[in-house]
Design a protein around this ligand. Sequence first.
Ligand code: R5P
Length: 321
Amino acid sequence: MSEPYQFGDLMLLSGTGNPELSEKIAREIDMPLAQMEITRFADGEFDVKIAESVRGRDLFLIQPTCQPVSDNLIQLFVILDALRRASASRITAVIPYYGYQRKEKKTQPRDPISAKLMANIIELAGANRVIAVDLHAEAIQGFFDIPVDALTATKILARRVRERHGHNVVVVSPDTGGALRARRLGRILDAPIAIVDKRRPRDDTVEVINVIGDVEGLHCIIVDDLISTGSTLANAAIALRAKGATGVDVVATHGVLSDGALTRLHEAPIDEICITDTIPLHDGARSFDDHPRLRVLSVAPLIAEAIVRVHEGRSVSELFR
Ligand code: R5P
């Protein structure tokens, strides 16, 4: 019989945030998701019943806090609380998409810092560790006083760029805040980078001021952490084509895809939009016929590997090399 791991046997659980991704992760690890019933009381409040004992087990609860954000968050908190009270040995919250992450600092007087508030509640509810994918700002790791394994889908997205273009591209950040992300992808692809100087006069409006770097005669790969309204990417693509780019692809980890985003992107001069499955595609986006340029790659193998490494106490940073 093999040695038991320090935190007991591995057990996978899933909220209802992205059941398809949870199933894929479970298949990768080759073990079933634990039986758990998530119901609502008559007034809409969540209840949870975990059908098997979790005492002394090393638990990984998969729950992205994407839309419906408030429901998915509360569900995460309630399940964590149930697991903690049921004497789990260790609980890792696997949050492929971390809701409220774009509010990670005050930009106006009297602003909240919602990303920090969510971190406080996740810890308070019972998480002992967190696994997340492409956090909006690396500093969010520091909002937690527990270990955070901040994974990145950059290599997965880079593979797709290589398949389509080889190395002959320029990697573009659609705003100055994303320059490091562009540099990381540029390094993998051995490609130069450019930066779009963007302003947001209002939360849902984007203006491009300038393009910094050479894009003329080159195919641009815009890289971003997430697509919400699609305005950032649509405007960046228009500006890049105006500066002489021969084509524009978009790669982004999280397809938030708020109302109207796909139409906006469809109308923009973009050749391919490549996202991952951290967030389930809503029904509108599932109709690939309407959006043949949309491609979804899976982060399940990446997350599964991270879970196994955390469970076995092995290095996770090796995954990034
Ligand atoms: C901004 O800092 C982010 O990295 C994304 O560029 C932005 O949140 C995308 O939002 P939207 O699609 O609404 O322009």
